[in-house]
Write a protein that binds this ligand. Structure first.
Ligand code: NDP
Length: 278
């Protein structure tokens, strides 16, 4: 039976085994998918062991996405642009690294939330790994404007330079997170502030008339960012759909078949809600 893993540290909390098991059942694919906690200084050795065992592929999560990028023999364009890899495919010829996070985000926004990105004004908050991974897939949708705002302006400017290489059509800008002004159709929180229960300081006016506020983080209860967006009257969505959609893209890469995600997303949401009720 073909074997897959998710490698991280820590990784026991990962929802990927449940998601991939559901995809495998749905598509009739015969595979196993397990977690592997690699030592913090032992990512490359763990990958070598997996390959020796004949494992076919691995998802990579915190803190190994940059190491996975460096380790891959070959990178897809979106992984090269992101500078980070969340999906490895192993073959005797070598290791191919891909990044499916950004495509997962865009699929969740466009296909699941029904929001058109083409021609819209986007505010991307944060310029870390997740924002970087989202950049190309967002630009591929042809937004009218993309503003990248970060606490450290220099990092936003680095992302801006990357964006300029890939998007001749969109108006692009890098800004400091403080004192942001403007009107946006879609506001995406790719900062990790939500993980600490906080949010960047944002003016309510930024949300006026917005179609969607999206927080890449997901949790059993809405983040401070999503609560703020709701208070501003803007539909709010967390990153659980992004998680499921990035997994679907990885499953497609590995197995050549795209699973249906709606039922799996509903199942994951129900499981997350049960953690609140418990
Ligand atoms: P990184 O550590 O790479 O980047 C963190 C970013 O957040 C930086 O831009 C940093 O700014 C900013 N930041 C951190 N704290 C604050 C704060 N208090 N106020 C303002 N900005 C802040 O993290 P990732 O990019 O990997 O992850 C970002 C988010 O995306 C996390 O919530 C993570 O859970 C989520 N995520 C979700 C996925 C999904 O499938 N749903 C997949 C991957 C990530 P600075 O540069 O100034 O330090």
């Amino acid at each position: 039976m073909d074997q897959y893993v998710v490698i991280g540290h820590p990784v026991s909390h990962s929802k990927s085994p449940a998601i991939h098991a559901a995809f495998a059942r749905q598509t009739g694919q015969d595979l196993t998918y397990q977690t592997l906690q690699a030592p913090l200084d032992g990512f490359a050795a763990s990958v070598a062991q997996l390959r020796a065992r004949g494992v076919k592929g691995a998802n990579v999560t915190v803190p190994f996405k940059l190491e996975a990028c460096a380790l891959a023999d070959q990178l897809t364009a979106r992984a090269a642009a992101a500078g980070a890899v969340n999906t490895l495919s192993f073959s005797p010829a070598g290791v191919v690294g891909d990044n499916t996070d950004g495509v997962g985000l865009v699929t969740d926004i466009v296909a699941n939330a029904g929001i058109v990105i083409t021609g819209k004004r986007i505010l991307l908050l944060g310029a870390g790994g997740a924002a970087r991974g989202a950049l190309l897939p967002l630009l591929a949708q042809g937004p009218a404007q993309l503003v990248i705002a970060n606490r450290r302006l220099a990092t936003a400017q680095e992302l801006l330079q990357l964006a300029q290489q890939f998007s001749p059509g969109s108006a692009l800008e890098a800004r400091q997170l403080d004192n942001l002004e403007g009107r946006f159709d879609l506001i995406i929180n790719a900062t990790s502030a939500s993980l600490n229960g906080s949010m960047p300081t944002l003016a309510a006016s930024l949300f006026a008339g917005a179609e969607l506020a999206y927080d890449m983080m997901y949790a059993a209860v809405p983040s401070a960012f999503l609560c703020f967006a709701s208070q501003c009257g803007v539909p709010a969505r967390d990153g659980l759909g992004m998680l499921v959609e990035q997994a679907a893209e990885a499953f497609l890469l590995w197995r050549g078949v795209r699973p249906q995600t709606a039922a799996v997303l509903a199942q994951m949401r129900a499981e997350l809600n049960r953690t609140v009720a418990a």
